[in-house]
Structure formats: C-alpha cells, structure tokens
Ligand binder design. Structure first.
Ligand SMILES: *Cc1c(COP(=O)(O)O)cnc(C)c1O
Length: 413
C-alpha cells in the first residue's frame, strides 16, 4: 500500500489544461506562447479565464450586487480594457491608474478612486473626469470643495470609513484599529457634516477591511458589520446613500493546504443584505470590489532555465527572471513565512521523471528564490518554469529595476 500523503498539498491548478507535454494558455501551447511574447521571462493572462471568473461570480452573487475591478491587482491596459467590458465599475488608487481606467472604455460615472494621500492634481483629475472619490481625510474634503468651486463642477464623494472592526483571517488587514486608510468611524459624522457644508455631492460609503481571505464566514461577517456600520452612519449623511461599497478581500489559494474560497455563503448573505437595503437604504446600490480574485488565477509567470546546478546534493534551476519580476512568489511581498507558490515545468507537464529542485532567479541575493525544494519534473537549461496564481500583484508590484535586468513582457491571450 502506498503511504498516505500527510504533507499539505497545493490546491489543484486545473484551470489551465495541457496538450501532451505543454501547458496551454489562451489556446496556445507554451512554446508558441513564448514565441508570441518574444522573450522570456513573461507573464501571460488568459482572457477566457478572466471572462469565466466574472461569470462564476455573477452566478453565485445576487444580480443586484455590482461588481467592481480594483485595478491595482493588475493594471495592464489591455487587461483593464477586457475587464471594463465585464464588470460594472473600476476602482483606481492613483492618478496614473485613473488615466488607464479612463482609456479602458469604462464609464467614468462607474470609476471610483480610493487611497491615502491623494494629491491635489489627482483630485483635479478626478473632478474633471466626473468620477467618484472615496475621501479618506478632512484635507481631501477641503481640497475637493476648493476644486469643485474652481471648476464649477460637482465633486462626487463617498466616505471611506476605517471601520471599528477587523476582517478576521485576512492576509492583509486594511481596516480596524489605527490605520492610514479611510476616516475612523468615530470621526465620520464630523466628515459628513463637512461634506454637507462644502456642498460636495455625497453618494455613500466605502469600507474595505482587508485582502486575501479564504474563509467565507470571515468575509460574510465583515460584509454584515460593514452594512450595519453604514446604516448607522447614514443617519448623519447629508444626502441619501446611493452607493455602498462593502469591500471585497476574496482570496485565492497560493500555498500548500489552502483551498478555494466558497462563494455560496457569501452569495446568501449578500442576498439578505440586498433585501434589507430595499427598505433601509432604498436608493443604495451595493458594490463589492475585487482585484486578486478576478485576475489572480488567470495569469502565469514564465521564466526560462538558464543553468542547472547541483550544490552539495541540492538541485538549483537558475532562471532568467526572479523576484525582480515576481516579488510575491519570492515571499517578499507581505508574507510572514516564505512558502512556495504552485510551480511546474510547463514544457514537461507529462513527465514521469521527477526530482526535488529549487528554482532561483538571476539576482545576486538569497532572497531571489521562486521555489524552495519542490517536487518538479526533471528540468534542463532551456525549459520553461511556470508559476501559477500570478495574474495579480505581479509585474507592477515587483522591483523591476533591481539589479538592472530587462523588464518582464506581458501578454493577454
Ligand atoms: C487593494 C485593494 C483592493 C483589491 O484587493 P484584492 O485583495 O486584490 O481583491 C480593493 N480595494 C481597495 C480599497 C484596495 O486597497
């Protein structure tokens, strides 16, 4: 009898199929895809999978809930344009992202802008474009009042509230306790008074408690508490709530032992909130905003093996890209303990000969580690290492200039 595997495994990476030895992305076998990208390393994003993910979400959540794409997860203009055609709105976090969102074909009325430390120039861009600003400080309220007067235009605002609770089991907490994000719930009535006095066009509330959560019950609890908090704060609002962004935080499985998020309980809870909102906040549209969950699983990072080295019995596959392109897979983007992303040798998917190997990049630092002693197909120079779950927080979230290697290519297929 085979010994039972007790080590935690990666969730199956079954969104991409293989044809013979090769992984297939967007209908292209890996070698063709590499030729299409022009050089390694590269990121590839599969349009079909992006479309499929949005459809799955729409099926699991109530129709009345609007779906926004938080483009900081992946700001590639072609990808943002594809997403703009699928979702109900785009959330941006800088003037640079706003420019891409405006060019993506998204309706400016459905673009919202969150983030601490908005510059006056960014707020001018926002008012001029007619997008919704999620204000995060009293300074932003004052600045918007001045800009609205200057332009003779309405400044559309929602208050981003730093809630008085946290999103449990979240990879990154972005609300609750002292935070640079949003206006503390306790100070929100005062902010609402300021918005009313300044004559800004108040539209609602934005709450974002955290990111990368795989526990449906934690997300349900945060959405429930966010709704209750918004309902309380609405009593002091200068106008009816028309927009209630309950955040997101839906995670994807990266590491051994992690399982895909269950959408059904979230759908049930949102349906109950939609029902309540019909009487309690009758003009409000409920919104969730997702980045990683929409795009993360649709993307891979591909790097070519340059060298195969054995050091004191341990196999190292030295590749042409590493943490300079994919900081998060190296474990240096907010992880407390480094763990391996799911990795495969993408041109040897049907290999029977396996070995334990480490995948490293070309940078002269021990941090440049993409896979630490994983079981992989036996690989040789020229082979293509694939890192799955790489559609979010990849190229744009990595220190590409570090050590002066070429930037990474990106293709949407
Ligand atoms: C980062 C961020 C998101 C996206 O988070 P994901 O974990 O990628 O879904 C959404 N909203 C706000 C305000 C953010 O800061």
């Amino acid at each position: 009898m085979a010994t039972e595997k007790t080590l935690p495994q990666h969730a199956p990476m079954n969104l991409f199929r293989s044809a013979g030895a090769e992984l297939v992305v967007g209908g292209l076998p890996l070698a063709q895809l590499a030729a299409r990208a022009g050089s390694t390393p590269f990121y590839a994003y599969d349009r079909g999978l992006l479309t499929q993910r949005v459809a799955e979400l729409r099926a699991a959540l109530p129709q009345a809930v609007k779906l926004h794409y938080a483009m900081k997860a992946n700001p590639l203009p072609a990808l943002v344009a594809h997403m703009a055609g699928l979702v109900d709105g785009i959330d941006v976090a800088s003037g640079g992202e706003l420019a891409v969102a405006l060019e993506s074909g998204a309706d400016p009325h459905e673009i919202s802008f969150a983030g601490p430390g908005k510059r006056a120039t960014e707020l001018r861009q926002a008012v001029e474009a007619g997008i919704l600003v999620n204000v995060e400080s009293f300074r932003e309220i004052d600045l918007l009042a001045t800009i609205a007067r200057e332009f003779g235009k309405a400044a559309r605002v929602a208050v981003r509230v730093n809630p008085d609770f946290e999103l449990k089991s979240s990879g990154m907490k972005m609300g609750g306790g002292p935070k640079q994000f949003g206006i503390d719930a306790e100070q929100t009535p005062q902010a609402l008074a300021g918005i009313g006095k300044a004559g800004l066009a108040f539209e609602g509330f934005h709450l974002f408690a955290g990111s990368q959560n795989l526990k449906a019950e934690a997300i349900v609890e945060a959405q429930q508490k966010s709704y209750e908090l918004a309902l309380r704060l609405a009593q002091d609002a200068p106008a009816p709530v028309r927009f209630l962004n309950l955040g997101g935080g839906f995670g994807i499985p990266y590491f051994p032992g992690e399982q895909r998020l269950e959408l059904a309980p979230i759908g049930v809870n949102l349906a109950a909130l939609v029902e309540r909102a019909q009487t309690e906040l009758p003009q409000a549209e409920l919104v969730i905003e997702l980045g990683r969950y929409l795009v993360g699983e649709a993307g891979i990072y591909v790097t070519r093996v340059l060298d195969r080295k054995i050091s004191r019995g341990q196999v190292f596959l030295v590749c042409d890209g590493g943490l300079n392109h994919h900081l998060s897979a190296s474990g240096n983007f907010g992880q407390v303990i480094r763990k391996n992303y799911p990795v495969a040798i993408g041109n040897r998917m049907d290999a029977t000969e396996k070995e334990i190997a480490s995948v490293v990049g070309p940078l002269c630092t021990p941090l440049d580690l993409l896979a630490d002693r994983m079981e992989l197909a036996r690989a040789e120079p020229g082979d293509l290492v694939v890192i799955f779950q790489s559609g979010a927080y990849g190229a744009s979230a990595s220190p590409q200039a570090f050590l002066g290697h070429p930037p990474v290519a990106e293709v949407l297929v």
